[in-house]
Design a protein around this ligand. Structure first.
Ligand code: SF4
Ligand code: SF4
Length: 158
């Protein structure tokens, strides 16, 4: 008993303090989320967004190629026509529960309309909230950066 007490005081306690002090001055591996957010790698595939032309017209023509390429059957769309007779997606939805973020939809799109962005926050408490709508995808569009289109083309090669 006495030996156990001595062992605790003279070995275990100092060892514990040493471990604490050793880590006290190390750079923390955690961050103050959500105040601080992780910068994702350039090729990270997160939540999708839909691109528009400079005049604000949607690039998506509802051709269905992304849905055909999708291995998870996660994309649903319904075509519509505007007043000029141009086809666009009246409904365009992605089921984020089904999606495996493979990026095939982005690769298949001939209009450069759909992309996977860097947004990784999409927890929700209702299943319906995971149906990601066209309006949400348009709103999720990041700010245009210089050389963005060139970067996209390079990404497609690799
Ligand atoms: S990332 Fe892959 S799984 Fe998700 S919608 Fe696109 S093709 Fe389907
Ligand atoms: S996102 Fe691209 S591939 Fe999908 S329907 Fe629209 S234009 Fe076609």
């Amino acid at each position: 008993m006495a030996f156990g007490f001595i062992k605790t005081v003279f070995l275990a306690f100092p060892k514990g303090f040493y471990t604490t002090i050793k880590h006290l001055f190390k750079k923390p591996v955690t961050m103050q989320y959500p105040k601080v957010r992780e910068q994702m790698a350039p090729r990270y595939r997160g939540k999708h967004y839909l691109e528009v032309y400079d005049d604000g017209t949607e690039r998506c023509v509802c051709c269905g190629l992304c849905a055909a390429a999708c291995p998870a059957d996660a994309i649903y769309m319904e075509p519509a026509e505007n007043e000029k007779g141009e086809r666009y997606a009246g409904i365009y939805e992605i089921n984020l529960i089904r999606c495996i973020f493979c990026g095939f939809c982005e690769e298949a799109c001939p209009e450069e309309a759909i992309f996977l962005g860097h947004d990784y926050e999409f927890s929700a408490d209702k299943r319906d909230s995971f149906i990601y709508t066209k309006d949400q995808m348009l709103a999720n569009r990041p700010k245009e950066k210089p050389f963005k289109r060139i970067i996209r083309k390079v990404r497609r090669i690799f």
